[in-house]
Design a protein around this ligand. Structure first.
Ligand code: B1M
Length: 211
């Protein structure tokens, strides 16, 4: 791999935002193709970050600084990608369900999907079912991600799934959050459950046939 991309990937993995920005600029100045910068440096780096998180070698704070470093790089790349007509192949709509204000886990999931090259429409927290439906339709989302941290808001996940089905949304629905289980996902008819942000991307890619 090109040494600049190696340095960019390492900067993201260890969460050095300034370096990530500088190496992105160097990669651009060196004329490296945009898609190569994204795939070989950023997507690869976030994949490594996800693996480390799953192996408990790093924790939430390290994930967050890696995400921030990736974001710095993307600030430079995004306008150029858009100008070149390079658009993400897959779109995920993600949010925390109605009544629930917890967003740390949802943000990690969001950022891991961005790191995997998805366009992510993050609806934030306290999102009603009809908002998931309209966003999924507007963005032709192939994946809809629901997060809940409260046992009292888990029923809102069922409401979302029912509303998405009634509206004829074809996207796969993934659910997650500390109180959520595979059994609950099966019960409410979710396409998948994921216990953590890194696994969410693995499962999500398989679900939509992108793995
Ligand atoms: Co809240 N809170 N909280 N809280 N809070 C919990 C969840 C709680 C377990 C604390 C406790 O009592 N021990 C408890 C819930 C009890 C229950 O329902 N069984 C609780 C409560 C009761 C409340 C309030 C009701 C408290 C009150 O006001 N009386 C209130 C509710 C507000 C509301 O939502 N309406 C409340 C408020 C808050 C704060 C605002 C203060 C704050 C949230 C800040 C924020 O998110 N911006 C907060 C916090 C921080 C917590 C704890 C301490 C930490 C949650 C967290 O961020 N974890 C939590 C106790 C705990 O867990 N130790 C607690 C870290 C995060 C990375 O993990 O979100 O699980 P998590 O995400 C993981 C996975 O679950 C998964 O990936 C992530 C990374 O691997 N994942 C997905 C998550 N979403 C996914 C989606 C996917 C796939 C995977 O697919 C789409």
């Amino acid at each position: 791999m090109h040494p600049i991309l190696e340095q960019l990937a390492n900067s993201v993995i260890i969460g050095r935002s300034k370096n990530a920005k500088a190496f992105t600029q160097q990669a651009l100045d060196a004329g490296l193709p945009l898609q190569q910068i994204v795939d070989d440096a950023l997507v690869r780096a976030m994949g490594i970050v996800g693996e480390k998180f799953k192996r408990n070698e790093i924790f939430v704070p390290e994930m967050l600084v890696a995400a921030r470093a990736m974001k710095e790089s993307m600030i430079l790349l995004e306008p150029l990608l858009a100008k070149a007509g390079i658009v993400p192949k897959y779109t995920a709509v993600i949010g925390t369900v109605q009544g629930d204000l917890h967003d740390i886990g949802k943000n990690l999931v969001s950022m891991m999907f961005k790191g995997a090259g998805f366009k992510v429409v993050d609806l934030g927290t306290d999102v009603p079912a009809d908002r998931f439906v309209s966003a999924a339709k507007e963005n032709e989302a192939c994946l809809i991600g629901l997060s809940a941290l409260l046992t009292t808001t888990m029923p809102a996940m069922r409401e979302c799934i029912d509303a998405l089905k009634t509206a004829g949304c074809s996207g796969k629905v993934m659910i997650g959050g500390a109180p959520v289980t595979q059994a609950f996902a099966d019960e409410i008819g979710a396409s998948a459950y994921s216990p953590d942000a890194a696994t969410a991307v693995e499962i999500g890619k398989k679900l939509i046939g992108a793995a």
